[in-house]
Write a protein that binds this ligand. Sequence first.
Ligand code: SAM
Ligand code: SF4
Length: 329
Amino acid sequence: MRRSPLVDGHGRVIGDLRLSVTDRCNFRCQYCMPAEGLPWLERAEVLSFEEIERIVRLVSSMGVRAVRLTGGEPLARREFPRLASMLAPLVDDLAVTTNGFLLEREAAALVQAGITRFNLSIDSLQRDRFFEMTRRDALDRVLRGLEVLAQFPEAHPIKINAVGMRGFTEDEVLPFAQFARTHPYEVRFIEFMPLDADHAWDMDKVLTGEEIRAAIHAVYPLEAQPREPHATARVYRFADGHGKIGFINPVSEPFCGDCDRIRLTADGKLRTCLFSVGETDLRGPLRSGATDDDLEQIIRDAVWRKELKHRVNEPGFVQPARTMSAIGG
Ligand code: SAM
Ligand code: SF4
């Protein structure tokens, strides 16, 4: 059954769902989780595969064509490839964002399940610095997973995401540029956002995309590519034709104007912005007999109130109670 498009109160049509399948993670990245982890959701609080499938089917009937599976660490959820294979037929584009720790084992199953886009988070290409940032000595293992994945033509183009933090990422910039020039991966730097559990974020810790771009351009000249509608990244190609590099600049250059995304947390809360301070419960209605029409109305009402823009750069900004790992980045 086709339903009418999902539109917010500012006229933006929603086409993309970021779906967190778990709040748990096997890493403890400094910009996301505290060293000791967080109080995890109880198993019963987390949406089942069938509940997730029902929501994806419903939003897909309202025009959501892209779903990105995330977390926490999505690959750490038991039987994750089975969930992916349930969702793949419902959308045009099924993507995953992962830290890659379990990729060596899971890559083949994920490709087979129908995931077509892979983003891997790697913040340093040096073992000790990777350990410092993620608090896990796992760079070699992640790179092995990446190599296994890269053998599947269907998995390309693979994207590598690195969070840009002042005082850390400066030394990573040129190695990542060289990596992007010599491998078939698009490296993208993401500005550090105020979604860390330690509440250590401040503007001075954001290494902006523009600073990184300028540092790379000085050594390897870059040429801007046209921005795709709704894209989060500004993409550049190396002028000599050797690869691409991207910049996701939500802090210094917000891209809220044509944002077409909504998010669902692992415990079934609909969020209309990464920085929302309120959220809408779908799990309660799902578990108490709501019909698809009831759920559609709840989703439409929430989406209608989608924030015009985030207010990270404004006085009085309030960091959401949930961290990135509990929202689903
Ligand atoms: N665990 C998976 C991973 O790390 O790829 C998926 C979830 S993680 C929350 C999704 C993305 O959010 C990762 O690329 C991570 O680097 C990014 N991220 C986490 N905290 C962030 C923050 N405070 N600012 C910017 N990006 C952040
Ligand atoms: Fe885990 Fe991803 Fe958060 Fe790192 S960024 S702690 S890998 S959820």
